[in-house]
Design a protein around this ligand. Structure first.
Ligand SMILES: Nc1ncnc2c1ncn2[C@@H]1O[C@H](COP(=O)(O)OP(=O)(O)OP(=O)(O)O)[C@@H](O)[C@H]1O
Ligand SMILES: [Mg+2]
Length: 218
């Protein structure tokens, strides 16, 4: 589903943010991406959702290739990938329900089927009772659950999470990882970048560790 083949990325001449990366992610995988600040985690995720492109090597995602994808195809690729961030990126003037529904509305969906999908996603993250609340009234963990529901409602084959627990207390963090594990059990691959190695180790799963842009364990 995702093949990263001998990928290198330079932001500055002669200096590699990522070097000779090979990763293969299959349907149903749960992977933690660890490494110190600046080790290249966010850069790797951006290469997968094709926000940036490799200087060497190739990224293949759901049949799209980094070397040949056209600008107008990128939104279609993104629809197949769920992305969540440390800072949630919710729309402040929309309720929980509306934030999730919006992800489908922009793809042209509406009506009863759309409403059912939104409620299913909110139920999965345990937030259906907060559907009419606005983001500013929610805890950090609840905001992240909303962001997860918004990512999942499009039924992506993989969920990319960049420090999803970075703004959440330890208990809430464990809850978020448990939700991601449930999402994974239901058939969606998950790639989660995190500083929280200890927590990740406790939760179990496969690890990829980056050090100065290179993989040190697999
Ligand atoms: N657009 C850019 N221009 C120049 N350098 C960049 C750019 N994006 C990232 N870098 C550099 O590439 C390296 C890897 O950055 P990246 O954001 O991938 O690290 P990270 O592992 O996600 O770190 P953190 O844990 O702090 O989020 C860093 O040294 C960073 O400064
Ligand atoms: Mg980062």
């Amino acid at each position: 589903m995702i093949e990263i083949r001998n990928v290198s990325k330079r932001f500055k001449k002669g200096w590699y943010a990522l070097k000779n990366i090979d990763i293969s992610i299959a349907k149903g995988d749960f992977l933690f991406l660890t490494g110190q600040t600046g080790s290249g985690k966010t850069t790797l995720l951006r290469l997968i959702y094709m926000d940036i492109f490799p200087d060497e090597g190739e990224v293949a995602v759901a049949g799209f290739l980094s070397s040949t994808i056209k600008e107008e195809e990128i939104p279609f690729l993104r629809r197949r990938i769920g992305i969540i961030f440390q800072d949630f990126k919710l729309l402040k003037d929309k309720t929980v329900y509306e934030n999730v529904a919006f992800a489908l509305e922009v793809t042209g969906q509406s009506g009863r089927k759309m409403r059912e999908k939104v409620m299913k996603a909110l139920t999965l993250v345990g937030l259906s009772h907060k559907r009419n609340d606005f983001p500013y009234t929610l805890s950090g963990g609840e905001q992240q659950k909303t962001a997860i529901a918004r990512a999942l409602v499009r039924e992506p084959f993989i969920l990319l999470a960049d420090e999803p627990t970075g703004n959440i207390d330890p208990e809430g963090s464990e809850e978020i990882i448990k939700i991601l594990q449930e999402v994974n059990t239901a058939g969606t691959a998950v790639l989660m970048a995190t500083h929280g190695v200890e927590l990740a180790k406790r939760m179990g799963g496969r690890f990829i560790n980056l050090e100065q842009g290179q993989i040190t364990t697999k």
